[in-house]
Design a protein. Structure first.
Lengths: 130, 140
């Protein structure tokens, strides 16, 4: 009476182990949802949305706020106060217009500041610079 | 002297080292690696991600797309460009509809490229809520 020879089993288990060790990648991504308007025919926003706040990120990193027809250079630091003031009146999604050449880092900061200030949804839209 | 000789012959009688704990451990390791393995192709480029305080945890099974500071688009270790990404993403989405797309953009990537990349993903039939931007989480 002898034991079953288990060394082939162990060999196989080692090979499997090495395969899985080698192929494992630990993906641990953190991030945020990114939102752009659907590529559908452009329609003019309804009247009540025309008076709403939109932001504009210029290619040199300047941030402008726009309500109705008044446009102001507020910079990244001024975003929170402006958005918070608007959100106290009414909570609505904010449209962030970005110039093509502006950097993603600026947009991420603005996006996060808007969330902190209580905005519901933030949409990024590319506009032509002048 | 005689006592010593007896001890030596006693060790000779021991047949094998007991390897069952070793095998147990190997099985545990094997199961660990099988469970944690996800087959994700990494973009394979150096990327300095934008910093943020409120970054949520994203899914582990995903499609990773890298965008460098020179606006080059990478997938699976090769540069595919904006034009080639739709085919790659569509192929992955066909296999599994619920795969989210994670864009690893460098701090210096431009918004124009990112927006076009997101549009390409939408055209590849990725649901709008499944497109994410990868960030580096800051502790406050």
């Amino acid at each position: 009476m002898t034991d079953i020879n288990i060394s082939p089993l162990i060999d196989m288990v080692f090979i499997l182990l090495i395969f899985f060790i080698v192929t494992t990648v630990f993906v641990e991504e953190k991030g945020m949802a990114s939102n752009t308007p659907d590529p559908s025919p452009q329609t003019d926003p309804p009247d009540e949305e025309k008076e709403r706040l939109t932001l504009l990120i210029k290619k040199n990193g300047e941030v402008f706020s726009k309500i109705g027809n008044t446009q102001k250079n507020i910079g990244v630091g001024g975003v929170r106060a402006v958005v918070q003031q608007e959100m106290q009146r009414e909570v609505y999604p904010i449209l962030v217009n970005v110039e093509k050449e502006s950097l993603i880092a600026t947009y991420v900061t603005v996006h996060e500041t808007c969330l902190l200030a209580g905005a519901e949804g933030i949409t990024m839209k590319v506009v032509q610079g002048n | 002297m005689g006592k010593n000789k007896k001890a030596l012959s006693a060790t000779d009688d021991v047949e094998d080292i007991n390897i069952s704990p070793l095998i147990d451990m190997v099985f545990i390791l094997l199961i660990f690696f099988i469970v944690t393995t996800v087959f994700v192709e990494e973009p394979g480029v150096d990327i300095v991600k934008p910093l943020a305080y409120n970054a949520e945890d994203l899914a582990k099974n995903c499609i990773l797309i890298g965008v460098t500071d020179a606006d080059n688009v990478f997938y699976g270790g090769e540069e595919v460009g904006l034009a080639g990404i739709r085919v790659k993403v569509r192929r992955m989405i066909k296999e599994n509809e619920s795969y989210p797309v994670i864009i690893q953009a460098d701090q210096g990537a431009t918004n124009g490229t990112i927006a076009r990349l997101i549009d390409e993903c939408k055209l590849a039939e990725v649901p709008a809520g499944n497109i994410h931007l990868s960030l580096e989480r800051l502790r406050n």
